[in-house]
Design a protein around this ligand. Structure first.
Ligand SMILES: [Zn+2]
Length: 86
C-alpha cells in the first residue's frame, strides 16, 4: 500500500545530466586522413566548427563537394552526419 501513497509525478526524477555533445568529424564526412572532430553543444555550432575547419584544411575536398551539390544539400549532408556523443 505504500506504493500508491507516493506521488506518481515525483517518482519519475528528471534526469539532470550534462547535455549531449554534438560531434562532426572529418572521418564522418569521408575525409579519412584527417582526425579533426568538431564538438559542440548544438548541431549549429558543431556544423560551424566543421565548416571552418574544412574550408581551411580541405579546400580541395570542399570545392569538389561544392561541384556535386549546392550549399543547401551540403548542409543537409553534414547535418545528417552529426552524432550525439554519449
Ligand atoms: Zn579535417
Amino acid at each position: 500500500m505504500d506504493e500508491s501513497s507516493k506521488t506518481p509525478a515525483r517518482r519519475r526524477e528528471f534526469k539532470k545530466r550534462k547535455p549531449n555533445m554534438k560531434t562532426l568529424s572529418c572521418k564522418d564526412l569521408g575525409i579519412s586522413e584527417c582526425n579533426f572532430s568538431a564538438k559542440a553543444q548544438t548541431s549549429e555550432e558543431a556544423m560551424k566548427m566543421a565548416t571552418d575547419h574544412a574550408t581551411h584544411a580541405h579546400k580541395d575536398k570542399i570545392e569538389e563537394m561544392g561541384k556535386a551539390m549546392n550549399p543547401e544539400q551540403m548542409k543537409a549532408m553534414m547535418t545528417s552526419k552529426i552524432k550525439d556523443e554519449a
